[in-house]
Design a protein around this ligand. Sequence first.
Ligand SMILES: [Zn+2]
Length: 155
Amino acid sequence: MKNTPSRKQLRTEQKAARKQPCAQRLPADISRLVPNNSYGAACKQFYEPVPFRCMDCGKEEIWTARQQKWWYEDCQGSIYSTATRCLPCRIARRQKLAEQRQRTQDGLARKAARTFDVQAFKQEKQRRAQLRRQWRAQQKARQKALEIPASDARG
Ligand SMILES: [Zn+2]
């Protein structure tokens, strides 16, 4: 009994795989996977096409072996992660997240600018308080100057 498939068998398999890239099976390179505590248990020997339903639009899709190899080995995706969205929804989501990040950054920048304004406002408040104190002191001095002749007149 032969364990390895014959050349002819391989050729027909390759031919079929070329015809239907979604049905392609790829050997997994375990050494390239992200380290985890439970090798063996969760690790696959082969990547096989996984049908899934997009969680955003509900479209039926196939996660191909090539995409899985790229995700787990090149992108170092977690071995527990799996395909959840179709390509258009992935792109849309990435764009949305980028916009959200941009909005957050803009908000933080605005907040920082607002903090600066508060500082300026405080300084202005202090300056006005100082002016008021000066003005009050002047008023007092003027009143005193007015009072003295009055007391002189009385005395
Ligand atoms: Zn989708």
